[in-house]
Design a protein around this ligand. Structure first.
Ligand code: SF4
Length: 63
């Protein structure tokens, strides 16, 4: 199963991934996006979130 991973060094906290996949991503107080529920990836379109990320901080791992 594909799981989204965020590179915190790249993330600029723009919030785009949270807008597209609110079930999967959340912004925290440090203004970085976090994966809160990676298993929801199959029910939404995290590919879209990865594509819209302006700094390409979202990648996927296979498990
Ligand atoms: S879209 Fe990319 S830069 Fe923007 S909050 Fe999400 S991971 Fe961070």
């Amino acid at each position: 199963m594909k799981k989204p991973v965020i590179d915190f060094d790249l993330c600029i906290g723009c919030g785009s991934c949270v807008e597209i996949c609110p079930e999967v991503f959340e912004l925290k107080d440090d203004n970085k996006a976090y994966v809160k529920d990676e298993d929801k990836c199959n029910t939404c379109n995290c590919e879209e979130a990865a594509n819209i990320c302006p700094v390409e901080a979202i990648t996927f791992t296979e498990e």
